[in-house]
Structure formats: C-alpha cells, structure tokens
Ligand binder design. Structure first.
Ligand SMILES: NC(=O)c1ccc[n+]([C@@H]2O[C@H](COP(=O)([O-])OP(=O)(O)OC[C@H]3O[C@@H](n4cnc5c(N)ncnc54)[C@H](OP(=O)(O)O)[C@@H]3O)[C@@H](O)[C@H]2O)c1
Length: 245
C-alpha cells in the first residue's frame, strides 16, 4: 500500500502513539486522516497541524453506536489503525481485578473486533486496504506486573491472526505491531529505556508500504522476537492452512 494515496483512520488519536500515527501520516502525505478520540475537544491542537486533511471524529471503541457512526462517516477509509487501548493497575487477586480485566478485554479485544467488523466492508470496496492492530511484546508471554492487560493483548494477537486469514481473500493486509515499552502515559510506571512513539509510527508505515505483517519497532521487541518470530509465524501459517482444506 502507498501511504500517500491512503485515507487513514486512527483510534485513540489524541495522545501517545495514536497522535504519533496521525503526525506520521501527515508527514508521509496521506490524502485524508480521520483522527478519532473519545472527546473531540482533545484533538484541537492535532487537527491544527493539517486542518485540510485531518478530520476529528468522536469515538469510544466500546460503544457500538459510535463505531457504526464512525464507519458511516468514513466510507473512504483504506487504512484502519486500531490504536486505542487501556491498561489497568493491580494484580489478578485484588478486589476489583475482574472489573479491570473486563474493561481491558472490552477495549483492547472487543473494541478492536467491533472496529474491524465495521470497517472490513469499506476496505473491501477500496480494493482491500490495510488494518493495523497495536499489540505488545506481552501478547506472546504474560508480564505479571499487568497480567490481565497481557491476557487482553494475547487475545488481540490471536484475533489479529484470525482477521489476517479471514480477510486474505479480499486482499486486506493485516499488520500486528508488537512494541516493548513506549514513552507514553501508559508506560509511566515502567522502568528502563522506552521507544519514542514517533519511531513506532514511522516503522509501522514503512512496514505497510513494504507489505510486512509483523512490526518489531524497538530493541526490546526485537530481542523478544529474535528467536521466536519465525517459529510463531510458521505455526500461524500452518493453522491458517486449515481454512483452505
Ligand atoms: N506505551 C506502551 O508502552 C505500549 C506498548 C505496547 C503497546 N501499546 C499499545 O499502544 C496503544 C496506544 O497506547 P499509548 O501508549 O499511546 O497509550 P495512552 O497514551 O494511554 O493512550 C491511549 C489512547 O487510547 C484511547 N482510548 C482508551 N480507551 C478508549 C476507548 N474505549 N475508545 C477510544 N479510545 C480509547 C485514549 O483516549 P483518552 O485520552 O480518551 O483516554 C488514548 O487516546 C495501546 O493499544 C497500547 O496497548 C503501548
């Protein structure tokens, strides 16, 4: 996919990695960018960088009416970036841990599933397009400092593989991004070096243009996947083959 010809939609665009995606898309010359946030007021400064190309949209990905309204409004989308996500505090055995796990699963897993279901027919009408899902290094092994978040990102990784196989027939490229810690509010409590959101965005757009499905955008991610990336991909392809038997 050529980013310059794309019409992109970014969820959770008001801050963090989502904001970096919008900025990178502007810089790369995308034709139009729908920037979605729960509160559109939080998008004012971002829209101001390219008011002719950035269209603000109100969207809570856990609200089916808003998901459908966003898809209705953005009928020309060719690149969907599912960036919105949440991470709750506390372990699996504190008082409200089930509520936290449901919130994370509703946002990170079911929210993304709703978005993909709403936008897949739009992408199909425009020749296939591309979907990007924000996964994590904790998609492939649980990080017990945020166990239930890890579980939601593992579910999203599995969903991403399923989407990739099911939408292959309509020519949709499905990209999974697996960052280690990135320098945003979400990773405030995480010690050590953190990748810049702009780097995650830049490498994702490069991967889309090159047709690469799995993005390891920082040294932590690259070290996690150095030994397991290829074997995991082989199993994914083996299981995807069951669809054609
Ligand atoms: N930061 C990291 O270390 C890291 C590492 C790996 C993966 N990721 C993933 O990267 C993505 C972006 O994270 P970030 O680091 O940029 O986090 P962030 O700074 O906390 O931003 C999260 C974004 O998601 C939005 N959001 C949350 N719930 C939403 C909902 N129900 N509907 C719509 N938007 C919602 C937030 O909107 P509000 O402003 O309204 O809250 C905000 O725009 C997430 O999927 C995250 O899991 C992050």
């Amino acid at each position: 996919m050529n980013i310059q010809e794309s019409v992109a939609f970014v969820s959770g665009a008001n801050r963090g990695i989502g904001k970096a995606y919008v900025e990178a898309l502007v810089q790369a010359g995308a034709r139009r960018i729908y920037a979605a946030a729960r509160s559109v007021d939080t998008l004012n400064d971002l829209v101001a960088i390219a008011p002719d190309r950035i269209i603000p949209i109100a969207l809570d990905v856990t609200n089916p009416d808003q998901v459908n309204a966003a898809a209705q409004q953005a009928q020309d989308v060719t690149l969907l970036i599912n960036n919105a996500g949440v991470l709750g505090a506390g372990g699996l055995f504190i008082a409200n841990s089930v509520d936290t796990a449901q919130w994370e699963m509703n946002t990170n897993y079911f929210g993304t599933l709703s978005m993909v279901r709403a936008f897949a027919p739009i992408l199909q009408r425009h020749g296939g397009g591309a979907i990007v899902n924000l996964l994590s290094v904790v998609s492939v092994a649980n990080a017990p400092v945020f166990s239930s978040y890890s579980a939601s990102k593992a579910a999203l990784n599995s969903l991403t593989q399923g989407i990739r196989a099911e939408l292959a027939a309509q020519g949709t490229q499905v990209v999974g991004v697996f960052p280690g810690p990135v320098d945003t509010a979400m990773a405030d409590g995480v010690p050590g070096d953190k990748a810049a959101p702009s780097e995650v965005a830049k490498l994702t757009l490069q991967a889309i243009e090159k047709g690469i499905d799995d993005v390891y955008p920082d040294p932590v991610s690259q070290s996690v996947f150095a030994a397991i990336g290829d074997p995991l991909k082989a199993v994914e392809k083996q299981f995807a083959g069951w669809m054609r038997q």
